[in-house]
Design a protein around this ligand. Sequence first.
Ligand code: FAD
Length: 479
Amino acid sequence: MSTAIVWLRRDLRLADNPALDHACRAHQYVVVLYVLAEHEAAPWQAGAASRVWLHHSLRALAGALGERGGCLVLRRGDSLAVLQALVAETQAGAVYWNRGYEPALSARDADIKHALRAAGLEAHSFPASLLNEPWDVRTGNGDPYRVFTPYWKSVSRRPVAAPHPAPLTVLAPLRRPRSEALDDWPLLPCIPWAAGIEAAWNPGEAGARGRLLEFLDEGLFDYADARNLPAAPAVSRLSPHLHFGEISPRQVWWAVANRCGGQPLESRGGEAFLRELGWREFAAHVLWHHPDSPQRPLQARFDAYPWAEDYAPALAAWQQGRTGYPLVDAGMRELWTTGWMHNRVRMLCASFLVKNLRIPWQEGARWFWDTLVDADLASNTLGWQWTAGCGVDAAPYFRVFSPLRQGEQFDAGGDYVRRWLPELKAVPTKYIHAPWTLPAAETARCCFKPGAGYPLPIVDFASSRAQALAGFERIKGER
Ligand code: FAD
């Protein structure tokens, strides 16, 4: 009667879960374990919004396992010590898990595999959260890719294996190991935006599946045209589900392929959407090959960039959505309220912080890390370094997103701004992205006076842009 432990981490699902699938096939009893070992991810322990998500996702997972005869064992401590203790308690002969690719965690996993095998146990790890292992994609010279387009060209037509269904049963041993209570874990702090997150999302595998189906029905075929419009329900919002592994990229890929008659890359919507999944893969590839990129710019000369001094008040205004630039502020308030922000607005908010406020990109990345429900070390780092102009395949430094022009182009009716900035509700569309230009004669009719209730711009766009570019000139010659 053999028993195995399945150690779940960022793969909180039963379907298309190779570790679980292999364990259920090879062993009669399976103990499914989640270890809260936050210190092991240092300095990138889950932020506040991610912890809220994790709490709900674990609850959903425990319910789904219970329906299949299984149980979820929750323990806190060092991962290896917890595994060793559970092996001793259950007499398990094997441990299964799906791989993670973040630098600190993959080094930990290698040590754990070594220690388990040295103790005579089987230890098996599987690829499950990416379509391609980061080390399996190389340029013709054998180097890692630094530019997305050739990367995507080399991987986009690789075959994608079909996903596996969930095991019908996940039989727990007759004597069930003790589990800590989820409610005793410090995952649901009293953060002001927990209620907003809970209202906006449905964490867990069933929620992920529902989100995917909704997107396939309502978003996929318009995705190429509407994905940049933050007011439109045009994007999938699958990012937190993918991050926590409630759905696999293979499941997403196949669902899209099936909707596109088996030829997803020949459909405009399908190709555009899978390309974004490709960016997720590329981010993991870059992080794998540049493990210090969450802290250090990939272009070292940016270490010498002359950032603004005493930037604390400007940083606070940005975080609170009070910069006076409506599209930036709407994005920051969407983030604060729901734990998510549209990609077009993420790029704008990041550009504004780095280039108009001249605040180091690492400060912005930290704030996103704490407040995003999809906070992901690889994608967040890539997004920030891309926008700051200091990463691989980055936006050129001189490209400074204009909140005004971005607003006119992507939120022409002002719907997104009005949704998140109720104080601008009555401002006519003509002025919605530059409310400080509202003529004095119109203020009474619009119940809005520039500078009262909503701030005037904290920096002038043109001169702050010029300062940012001057800073770049200073480091241009550096290597
Ligand atoms: P969709 O447009 O529906 O795309 C489908 C999936 O593709 C997404 O769920 C995501 O997994 C992936 N994807 C899409 N765009 C990107 C991208 N640019 N880079 C990497 N993967 C992408 N994404 C995160 O998942 N976590 C982060 O912490 C994160 N931080 C970011 C920080 C900045 C400054 C920027 C500019 C972007 C960041 N992104 C991050 C990427 C992107 O904004 C989100 O993935 C996207 O907005 C998620 O919404 P969606 O699921 O509706 O995406």
